[in-house]
Write a protein that binds this ligand. Structure first.
Ligand code: ADP
Ligand code: ZN
Length: 524
């Protein structure tokens, strides 16, 4: 090969068929080709793959890519082979013969790229194999999986710190689309990347319109969104449970929107079939648990809808990031309600693991709730979360229809004192429904049965509607001024509640919008 064919730009054009590098790609590629270590933070769709694929082709030897996305390795390798790149993989889905063939090709220098599942690297046979061949670089994809603090921890990733000790002269490039400042630092230290150059791309995805709506009838709200703004578009709908995935997919199909389910409870053939259809067909909607989407490279996903609250901002950002990889206007829509908060707090309370683990989960949830309840630009809030700055974007729901905030101190006092009286005068605990009935002065059978109409707070809250009270409860939960416990989501006071009841603290609340702001700047 002549030198022009082997340089990075030449490979980009000749092998991948692209005219020019994007953003930081060129700097990253040059740095790794020169033998430097790199830590790359780039949002989903930013073009991370080329950052290690091109150096693997330019440097002598085989680029070894560690990736947890075993289910996608075959696709990735097929896509590379279609471009004439000699790629192979080693993971647990292969039989002995297939593994042997790949190992032979590696040793014979007949591979450009070798994808490895992280647990493979723990095997002595794998390190021995790598020692006998020639490695061009190590790429550690989805590097945030090394973070115990993060939402996607894989114990096998911890062993990757040993790569450097064993092969000190081979450059390493770690890549992730999801990293707060804390995770970023953790990746660097756990992977021994002290000397690595850091490349941090902007996390702004200007073509994605972020919208977070109060949840009342999520399926109907979703249908409305798809009919009015995304007719015929491909998209992903995320639900928390398999049951709601199934129900929602069926609901959409019945209403004339082609939709298929995807979750870990389906057999692998059905999953593979539905995923393949999504990649191939136009305008198909996949309704999925978060099991779907890691590494999915479909450029024209026009919307990502969440019918349940994601557990963390990282998760939300990563999932919504699957929309609009082609740069065209796309929607990230989330329906969020009181029940989400109750349910997630309960899940945290009953989750396995120690107190520190539960605290971490709580911190993640709190950040997600803060994003939902913000009266500021959603994008600015998201970017700040990732340690980046931004200007109000003019293209999110709060920018398009700035929510009013109101002085909710008196409302909060009424609500908290109702919980207080139940708790202390009656030694009872109830969920939001009963508390709101008491505030509204409703003579329900349950109210009469417990003689709640005799409480002094009975009927003191008629200035707000039931929906508005639910909004108050939700926001107090989000602000930590109220808590839920137990299987039935009963409301209890927190330490901070005392400040509100003692009039030491004001409470500002976001006014519940009457209806959703219409999309103004999307194409449709
Ligand atoms: P990530 O792994 O960061 O999510 P990918 O590496 O999958 O992103 O790239 C996202 C999409 O952008 C892919 O379809 C890829 O082919 C395309 N892409 C990447 N770099 C370029 C480039 N320099 N020019 C044009 N398209 C690119
Ligand atoms: Zn905005």
């Amino acid at each position: 090969m002549t030198s022009t064919e082997t340089d990075a730009l030449g490979v980009l054009r000749r092998v991948f068929g692209y005219d020019s590098f994007r953003g930081e790609q060129e700097a990253i590629v040059e740095h790794v080709i020169a033998g430097g270590d790199a830590l790359v933070l780039m949002p989903t769709g930013g073009g991370k793959s080329l950052c290690y694929q091109i150096p693997s082709l330019v440097r002598p030897g085989v680029g070894v890519v560690v990736s947890p996305l075993i289910a996608l390795m075959q696709d990735q390798v097929d896509a590379l082979r279609a471009l004439g790149v000699r790629a192979g993989f080693l993971n647990s889905t292969q039989d002995h013969q297939q593994r042997r063939e790949t190992e032979q090709a590696f040793l014979a220098g007949e591979l450009d790229l070798l994808y490895l599942a992280p647990e493979r690297l723990r095997l002595e046979s794998t390190t021995e194999l790598l020692g006998r061949g020639k490695v061009a670089l190590f790429a550690i994809d989805e590097a945030h999986c090394v973070s115990q603090w993060g939402h996607d921890f894989r114990p096998d990733y911890l062993a990757l710190s040993e790569l450097h000790e064993r092969w000190p002269d081979i450059p390493r490039i770690a890549l992730t689309a999801t990293a707060t400042k804390a995770t970023h630092a953790e990746i660097a230290s756990r992977l021994n990347l002290g000397e690595a150059r850091h490349f941090v791309a902007s996390f702004d995805r200007p073509n994605i319109q972020y919208r977070i709506a109060p949840k009342n009838n999520p399926q109907k709200q979703l249908l409305e969104l798809l009919r009015t703004e995304h007719a015929g578009d491909a998209g992903i709908v995320y639900c928390l449970s398999r049951a709601s995935v199934e129900k929602t997919a069926e609901f959409l199909s019945q209403n004339g929107i082609p939709a298929v389910p995807y979750h870990a409870g389906l057999d692998s053939r059905t999953r593979a079939k539905n995923q393949a259809r999504f990649l191939r067909e136009d305008g198909l909607v996949v309704v999925a648990t978060i099991a779907f989407g890691m590494g999915i490279d479909k450029p024209d996903v026009r919307f990502v809808a969440h019918l349940d609250l994601p557990k963390s901002v990282e998760g939300y950002y990563q999932e919504t990031g699957r929309a609009g990889r082609d740069g065209l206007p796309s929607t990230a829509w989330l329906a969020y309600g009181l029940q989400d908060v109750v349910q997630q707090r309960k899940m945290i309370e009953t989750s396995e693991g120690d107190a520190a683990h539960r605290r971490r989960l709580s911190t993640h949830l709190d950040a997600m709730l803060a994003l939902c309840e913000t009266v500021e630009c959603r994008r600015v809030q998201l970017l700040n979360y990732f340690g980046q700055q931004g200007e109000p974007c003019g293209n999110c729901d709060t920018c398009l229809a700035p929510p009013e905030s109101w002085d909710g101190t008196v409302a909060a006092q009424k609500l908290l004192s109702t919980v207080y009286r139940l708790q202390h005068e009656r030694r009872q605990k109830f969920g939001a429904g009963q508390v709101i009935d008491i505030l509204l002065g409703k003579q329900t059978p349950k109210v009469q049965q417990h003689r709640h109409d005799e409480l002094t707070v009975f009927g003191v809250g008629t200035e707000l509607s039931e929906g508005e009270w639910r909004g108050v409860v939700r926001q107090l939960l989000a602000q930590g001024l109220l808590a839920v416990e137990g299987d039935y989501g009963t409301l209890v006071l927190t330490e901070a509640s005392g400040d509100v009841l003692g009039r030491k603290r004001e409470v500002r609340l976001r006014r519940e919008p009457k209806r959703e702001p219409k999309a103004a700047r999307t194409a449709k």
